[in-house]
Design a binder for this molecule. Structure first.
Ligand code: UD1
Ligand code: CA
Length: 455
């Protein structure tokens, strides 16, 4: 099958009014990626070499987005929506290039599995002209029914055109199908619109191909494959299914999730074996975690790279560009952005590290802040290997602390500190013997006089 060329035609011209959104429906995200991009990924995983995206509503926005998630896709505008067959024909130019297989997919059906697509393509390789992906929904109302005779698919009947007997059929059309490239345009051009909705139905090619004596079959896929998204409740349902799949995949790949249903992955999260993820952790896009790390509860990570055996959280916030090397530690209520925390360095409590390098083995005391922004520009802080930053220090960038440098607690450091130096950036402490007691007695007598005057 791998030798056969394949064009995926993805229909995404629909308006999606029920999303109640200014954004085209298929650009709403699942796991941080537009749902139509999930469809593209599945097509590619099933071996599609060409991609044709049929757009209509919000064409400009769609084209712009497609440049990111499918730069190689050709886009075709369906000016008026006259039905699914009409939509596929909008990509006539791509289809006529002579692919072996045409995979018709829907942009709003993001959980389609590459395996289900490959199974349909396999039927074409075995000689079928059309292979329709079927499924058995808990409630078939609204779906096209698959009408079979002797193991052959003879027709797909839309709900509105079904007889009472046909409405009882539980085997339904998931919507997607594989069509042999050499027959595709001829079959599609024969489709008419003589039906209850007056639309050109893609599903009619089943009867048309049958009448030509061609082989038409149905394959069966799991329910999720056909889950079409029309509103935000269905979007959340799809997100839930996607997350459940991903969690299971992570666990089977050697990641411990103590409470899997509370951990949220992004479409591109990479996470190594023997990593432990505690409950309530959010992985935004672009997170890469090596093996043996521990992500403690309530941490929020986006665009971060986490080295082997490092430790994050609880309640840590790692923002884009946070790069933790081996055995680094970023503890509770710490935020790290666009900074490297080198091997074995510790940033343990209530700290902000932004636009900085924390050298190997350095220790950053509680409440340390890199003051990286003056309201106009960002500046870099370089902290050398083995440096010690005393608690509640402010490092005003641009500034560097040399290797083994030692910063006294509560310092405001505005000038760079050389290797192994000790720096104080705070007022000297003054201690007055006996003065504390004297002060207390004075305050007490003032309060007593006030109380007496009030009586
Ligand atoms: C379609 C199938 C039905 C199947 C169901 C599964 C047809 C005729 N019917 O019905 O058998 O059970 O999917 O969900 O194919 N689109 C366009 N341009 C158009 C029309 C549709 O781009 O002119 C796109 C839509 O945006 C959508 C997809 O094609 O992504 C499916 O169209 P929709 O109208 O939702 O078809 P259904 O009525 O759900
Ligand atoms: Ca639909």
């Amino acid at each position: 099958m791998s030798q056969r060329s394949c064009l995926s035609v993805i229909l995404a011209a629909g308006e999606g009014t029920r999303m109640k959104s200014v954004m085209p429906k298929v650009l709403h995200a699942i796991a941080g990626l537009p749902m139509v991009a999930h469809v593209v990924k599945a097509a590619e995983a099933a071996g599609a070499t060409g991609l044709a995206l049929v757009i209509g509503h919000g064409a400009e926005e769609m084209r712009k987005a497609a440049q990111k998630f499918a730069p190689k896709a050709e886009t075709f505008v369906q000016e008026v929506r006259l039905g699914t067959a009409h939509a596929v024909l909008a990509a006539r130019e791509a289809i006529s290039k002579g692919y072996d297989d045409i995979l018709v997919m829907f942009g709003d059906t993001p959980l389609i599995d590459a395996g289900a697509l490959a199974a349909a393509r396999q039927k074409l390789a075995e000689g079928a002209a059309v292979a329709v992906i079927g499924f058995r929904p808990p409630n078939p109302t609204g779906y096209g029914r698959l009408i079979e005779k002797g193991g052959r698919l003879v027709a797909i009947r839309e709900e509105k055109d079904c007889s009472e007997a046909e409405k009882k059929i539980g085997f339904c059309n998931a919507g997607m199908m594989a069509v042999a490239g050499k027959h595709a345009l001829r079959l599609l051009d024969k489709v008419g619109n003589n039906n209850a909705k007056g639309e050109f139905y893609l599903t009619d090619i089943v009867e048309i191909a049958g009448a030509e004596g061609l082989d038409v079959v149905a394959t069966e896929a799991g329910f999720e494959n056909a889950l079409g998204i029309n509103n935000r409740a269905e979007l959340a349902e799809a997100e839930g299914i996607w997350q459940a799949r991903r969690r299971r995949e992570a666990m089977l790949a050697g990641v411990t999730l103590i409470a899997p249903e509370t951990v949220y992955f992004s479409h591109d999260t990479e996470i190594g074996a023997d990593t432990i993820v505690e409950p309530n952790v959010w992985f935004g896009p672009g997170v890469k975690i090596a093996t043996g790390a521990t992500i403690h509860a309530f941490s929020h990570l986006t665009g971060a790279t986490i080295g082997e055996n490092s430790e994050v959280g609880p309640f840590a916030r790692l923002r884009p560009g946070a790069d933790l090397r081996k055995r680094a530690k970023v503890g509770n209520f710490c935020e790290v952005k666009q900074s490297t925390v080198e091997e074995g360095a510790k940033v343990n409590h209530l700290t902000y590290i932004g636009d900085a390098r924390v050298g190997a083995g350095a220790n950053i005391g509680a409440g340390t802040i890199t003051c990286n922004y003056d309201g106009y520009s960002k500046f870099f802080t370089d902290i050398g290997e083995g440096a010690f930053i005393g608690s509640n220090s402010s490092l005003v960038a641009p500034v560097s602390i040399g290797k083994g440098g030692y910063i006294a607690s509560g310092s405001v450091i505005t000038e760079s500190v050389p290797d192994d130096a000790l720096a104080f950036g705070r007022a000297r402490q003054k201690t007055l013997p006996g003065k504390g007691k004297e002060l207390r007695e004075r305050f007490a007598s003032v309060a007593a006089a006030r109380k007496k005057a009030a009586e």
